[in-house]
Design a binder for this molecule. Structure first.
Ligand code: PEP
Ligand code: MG
Length: 761
């Protein structure tokens, strides 16, 4: 008999005693994999253990794979065959691993030649402990008996592994809570992606670039006292640095205005204002006159302001803390007289607990390569804005990453949500292609203007625009129009309500950039996770609070400024205005009343405007789905916002790490809601489109085509991919696919069905 499973189970039981003789857990695990591989005549046996804190599987021992990968290969739950075995808590046996829908090639571990795969979860009760994976070069090598044997071993090993872990801790003389992991041990941090892209650079903690500003005002400059001997010289250097800083900021402001017109004005205004503020620079002058060096004076005054601002209870004042640190750094850098130093973030990856939207725009404008944010409280608009700014962002909750020394080399993979510390050459080589096309766009292929399915059905592909910069990418990628302009970003970033005139200019540039193609401008959607501090609203449950159309109807003076600006900007254009978070026909009618009033007012004032825009409602609440027949009769068009619809239908906040995994656009309730809205639109002859992130998902596109959706609005960078995909699909197949998906009552049936069709759910 080629495998002696009974003997194997017995000998694993014996292994439990071995660990006490071992000085490290790695050695014990190596004994286990060696013994199992031998008994099973398996080419490979590996053990992955689940790191609960980082929510990731880590390869801890292997016989057969590259031993260098131990400790370095990380799999997300649900990633690859091993990750899926742990996610689904069942053994997965594949005769041809490379053809398995679960399969994911892990580079550099040397598993290409192994066709058979058997992955068995190691668990205790509901606790996930890890996965044991066997591989063999011959296809279909493992049978059901093998799976059972390994399951039995895994359950025996589970208790042992738990004990081993505890014992190892005691042997090592410390407990879990005070365990210090040296920085050398951690090379890869697995987090979540917030914005795509790959970046390489040196780490910098936000606000303390290069040379740290001492935290205590009295720490001063250690290498020289406040002697005051060269007072005149110090004053001259200070004024020189002041004017260099001012001209740098002014040219930065001009440079970014062409790209980020709508959110860039005022981005450096508080820096410039502070520079000119007599109290700020005057205090520095006084410090120099009383004996400080120029550098000491800057540090002292900046720190004083940092303390003042950071202790304020007012969010708007707190927001200035970073501005003043930024400014302090720039002044100090300019004092050093190094002409090459721009005082920006070129070549750097920023590590920050949190950033304000205005800081995000500034970071991008100052050429940061990437950003790592502390996972937890990052709101949707930060992620949306980073994507528009083309800034790769990873969210990570592991505090150890934020403790790396400034200047540490980092590689940030914004696709997978991973950060590599001091990456090795092999890792760099893997990402070289992405790094070479760091503008994220790569070589351009010819992109068609219009799209048709294989069976010649016309599909309209439009773009979602968050800031003006996106409109340019939409143009380049031949969007047929704008399906969603999120007008709240100028409000959020500038931290103030722009005037009618300011808004008019922004909307007009967006409309003109589309050369007559349809432009759908959404009225401001602040509140919820898109917080605008100037609204002065603090709520215990903002998602169920004062947001979207509710905010606008309650604040008609703000709403009407925007409607007037929209109507004026839409003159001679195919203007569509869209209302967010509509929960009733009544709200739609009230908003329409304001729009008509504004048009009448403008006519009375003799101001040219578009008097006949289409007015649509977003369907992003279950209530709107339920009344979609009535909404479709009242509105000129409907647009489904799946980002919110999924959240409200399932009662899941996707930024909440405890329940984020339950946020599933493929939930049967969501699929049925989508069908329902499409059907309501068809019956009322009301156009229905979709503009949530689901509109860019391959399987979802097929489903949506199958239920009759023909207009999709997606992030402009996704257009080339989707335009390439549409001609390969047929409506006939899409209908069959959708019909089948709609028969399932359970999420796991849907996920298995999607997997079988090569889609990851
Ligand atoms: C949505 O909810 O799907 C949507 C498009 O709106 P936003 O993402 O701006 O909330
Ligand atoms: Mg929404």
């Amino acid at each position: 008999m080629r495998k002696n499973n009974v003997e194997l189970i017995w000998s694993i039981g014996e292994l439990s005693g071995l660990f006490e003789k071992r000085t490290n857990m790695g050695g014990f695990l190596q004994d286990v994999v060696d013994r199992i591989a031998g008994h099973m005549e398996s080419d490979v046996c590996s053990i992955y253990l689940y790191d609960e804190e980082a929510d990731v599987l880590v390869l801890r021992a292997t016989r057969g794979l590259n031993p260098e990968s131990v400790g370095k290969v990380h799999l997300q739950i649900g990633e690859g065959i091993s990750g899926s075995a742990l996610k689904e808590l069942r053994p997965i046996r594949e005769a041809h691993a490379s053809k398995s829908p679960y399969f994911k090639a892990v580079p550099d571990i040397g598993e290409e030649q192994y066709e058979s795969f058997l992955a068995v979860p190691i668990k205790r009760g509901l606790n996930r402990i890890g996965v044991m994976s066997l591989q063999h070069h011959r296809p279909d090598f493992f049978d059901v008996q093998d799976a059972r044997a390994i399951q039995a071993i895994a359950s025996q090993l589970a208790a042992t592994l738990e004990n081993v872990e505890i014992l190892m801790e005691i042997h090592a003389g410390h407990t879990e809570t005070d365990r210090q992991v040296s920085q050398e041990d951690i090379r890869v941090f697995v987090g979540r992606s917030a914005s795509d892209g790959v970046a390489l650079g040196t780490s910098v903690s936000f606000g303390v670039r290069g040379e740290e500003l001492p935290v205590q005002p009295d720490m001063g400059d250690a290498d020289s006292g406040c002697t005051g001997e060269n007072r005149d010289e110090e004053l001259r250097r200070f004024h020189q640095s002041l004017s260099a800083t001012q001209s740098q900021l002014e040219s930065l402001q001009v440079a970014i205005e062409s790209d980020y017109a709508d959110v860039a004005s005022l981005i450096f205004s508080s820096h410039l204002l502070m520079l000119k503020d007599e109290q700020f620079s005057g205090e520095m002058v006084r410090e120099i006159e009383s004996g400080c060096t120029a550098k000491q004076a800057v540090i002292k005054v900046v720190n004083h302001y940092v303390q003042l601002f950071s202790q304020s209870k007012n969010a708007r004042v707190q927001e200035k803390t970073q501005d003043v640190k930024d400014l302090g750094h720039r002044l100090v850098t300019n004092l050093s007289g190094d002409a090459d130093v721009e005082g920006d973030y070129r070549g750097q990856i920023i590590l920050a607990a949190d950033v304000f939207p205005s800081e995000l725009v500034r970071i991008a404008a100052q050429h940061a390569e990437g950003l790592v944010l502390k996972d937890g409280g990052v709101t949707a608009h930060i992620a949306i804005l980073s994507r528009s700014l083309g800034l790769p962002v990873v969210l990570c909750k592991d505090a150890r990453l934020f403790a790396v020394a400034d200047g540490t080399r980092l590689l940030l993979d914004g696709y997978e949500g991973t950060v590599y510390v001091e990456p090795e050459e092999s890792v760099l080589a893997r990402f070289q292609q992405n790094l070479d096309r760091s503008d994220g766009r790569g070589v351009k292929k010819e992109i068609p203007e219009t799209s048709h399915t294989r069976d010649n059905q016309r599909v309209h592909l439009l773009a979602n625009i968050n800031i003006f910069h996106d409109a340019r990418i939409a143009q380049e990628n031949r969007a047929e129009g704008i399906g969603l302009y999120r007008s709240e970003f100028p409000f959020i970033v500038q931290n103030t309500f722009p005037t009618e005139e300011e808004q008019y200019r922004i909307y007009r540039s967006v409309i003109e950039s589309m050369n007559g193609r349809p432009v759908t401008l959404r009225t401001v959607d602040i509140g919820g996770d898109k917080l605008a501090p100037q609204s002065g609203v603090v709520e215990t449950n903002p998602f169920l609070g004062f947001r979207g159309i509710r905010f606008c109807l309650d604040r008609p003076e703000i709403f009407r400024d925007q409607l007037r600006a929209l109507l004026r900007a839409g003159l001679d254009a195919d203007l569509r205005i869209m209302l967010p978070m509509v929960s009733s026909v009544d709200e739609y009618i009230a908003a329409k009343g304001h729009l008509q009033d504004c048009s009448r007012e403008l006519t009375a004032e003799g101001i040219a405007h578009n008097a006949t825009p289409q007015l649509g409602a977003m369907v992003e609440l279950p209530s709107a789905v339920e009344i979609s027949h009535a909404l479709a009769k009242a509105a000129d068009f409907l647009s489904i916002g799946t980002n919110d619809l999924v959240m409200y239908t399932l009662g899941v906040d996707r930024t909440n790490e405890r329940v984020g995994h339950m946020y599933k656009p493929y939930h049967p309730a969501v699929l049925r809601s989508l069908r329902r809205v499409c059907e309501a639109g068809r019956q009322a002859r009301c156009p229905v489109s979709i503009c949530g992130d689901a509109a860019g998902d391959e399987a979802m596109i097929l489903f949506l085509l199958g239920i009759g959706m023909r207009t999709f609005s997606v992030e402009p960078r996704q257009l080339p991919r989707i335009k390439e995909m549409i001609p390969q699909l047929s409506i006939r197949d899409a209908r069959t696919f959708a019909r089948k998906l709609l028969t399932f009552d359970r999420i796991d049936q849907i996920e298995r069905f999607l997997s079988r069709h090569g889609y990851s759910a």
